[in-house]
Ligand binder design. Sequence first.
Ligand SMILES: Nc1ncnc2c1ncn2[C@@H]1O[C@H](COP(=O)(O)OP(=O)(O)O)[C@@H](O)[C@H]1O
Ligand SMILES: N[C@@H](CC(=O)OP(=O)(O)O)C(=O)O
Length: 556
Amino acid sequence: MATTLHSCGVKTPYLSFSKRASCCQPSRSEQQRLHFAASLPGSSISSPSGKLALRLRCDAAGKVDVLEKNDTQNQDSDQIAEELTCVMKFGGSSVASADRMKEVADLILSFPEERPVIVLSAMGKTTNKLLLAGEKSVTCGVSNVSDLEELTFIKDLHLRTADELGVERSVISKHLFELEQLLNGIAMMKEMTPRTKDYLVSFGECMSTRIFAAYLNKIGVKARQYDAFEIGFITTDDFTNADILEATYPAVAKRLHGDWISDPAIPIVTGFLGKGWRSCAVTTLGRGGSDLTATTIGKALGLREIQVWKDVDGVLTCDPNIYPRAAPVPLLTFDEAAELAYFGAQVLHPQSMRPAREGDIPVRVKNSYNPKAPGTLITRTRDMSEAVLTSIVLKRNVTMLDIVSTRMLGQFGFLAKVFSIFEDLGISVDVVATSEVSISLTLDPSKLWSRELIQQASELDHVVEELEKIAVVNLLQHRSIISLIGNVQRSSLILEKAFHVLRTNGVNVQMISQGASKVNISLIVNDSEAEQCVRALHSAFFESDLSELVSGNGSV
Ligand SMILES: Nc1ncnc2c1ncn2[C@@H]1O[C@H](COP(=O)(O)OP(=O)(O)O)[C@@H](O)[C@H]1O
Ligand SMILES: N[C@@H](CC(=O)OP(=O)(O)O)C(=O)O
């Protein structure tokens, strides 16, 4: 019997996996897991249910032969754990205090049909406090570290939470001790490298998960704590903004599933953290990275659903901090959510949709403070026939470059030269608009922000210097990208309405881009005008009737 797995780059000839059903055709998610396992030398994989074990051989063309079948379907079912069903991620605001942790535990238990993997962020604003403590330690001197108000705050918060939940302080005392040691080290060295920064912030997630797992065990719900960097979250070594590597999927699946089968306990996993594949040091996935941890686990285990629990009723029509009347968006596609996240909506991590889309696993954004609210469901497709605009996103403090070729019209290779300069300097570009002899583009601020301020300034100088060899360059700072996420099939309607609003508000658009993405139109305006624009656009698109402009198939 043979079945083909697409692009199975096999390095290891034998793999094991098991399937619930008696058919030997692996499901799509199992195919994906098998594919990932196959790309790791010497790895093996086992399935969620463990009811049918198959030993397989996979050849270089991706063909899989079943060598051995071990049917345990009829064995004592008590010995076989039910599959893990979903991943539930709770952000910092959801686990900010002992009371919040109790509510989250109740919430998890209110879904008795689920067997979830839980991903937690650090409590409340712990990550910010840790970073601040680190920064202060660089200059405050070793003797003053123990008095830093941020350190005192973190100690008090975690010890008080442990006490209020009735769990032993010992679950975090080693971490609190090591945290202070680390801050002493930073004070001694008078510097904090990105690598040290990642190790420093990891204490937040390491402590929140330990306290929560201990609490679940205390109330009789068997739970097991995991540090992501110990269970196979392998990343690049880009400290503070690391990318998850493919090897993560089979490794995480093997560890979480293996433990679950041999001794079922709810896994409580640290969000945000990984392990650099070269350095073996703790890395972080960029701010808000626990969303990415959750979707990675969802894909690794081929789970039914990924839930991200926040402090808002789902993804909203715009940032509620800019416009409080923003309303929840009930449905989104992965593409829409990815654009929204990439272009600055804090509610989702920019890379978090990738694993969900690859695994085709629905993501539900819910409010842990208001669990009855339906939230936002993100899936591969949705009915776009009625959709015009879905959400408005603002990315502030963007740098824009106007680059005009000094060569004559018709000179080829200009665009290639410009982009090769960015490639050589390792700077990524967000929005681009071109003509034959000029390019306007914006630089991805998150890539620049992850560097030191001085380094940022000199990098910008360097970019301009290199570009000036072939062009006249105008560097424009303090710009904002307003992204209109929606149905670009209706771009004329969206643009007509948007430009009407901007003109009435006296705002000049400095660049516009409607690229290959079918869901996003980006407008560049001055930072100082951006929030006012978002509010005006929100009123026009979400609080007034567009129907008189839309007839039948969306023509105006
Ligand atoms: N379009 C948006 N929809 C929902 N929330 C948004 C949006 N833009 C910005 N936000 C902000 O994102 C916050 C939720 O994201 P985040 O703080 O990362 O949550 P958590 O820490 O719970 O994971 C909200 O409190 C809200 O202030
Ligand atoms: N604690 C990390 C990771 C994270 O995802 O947090 P949150 O889920 O609270 O956004 C941060 O603050 O960036």
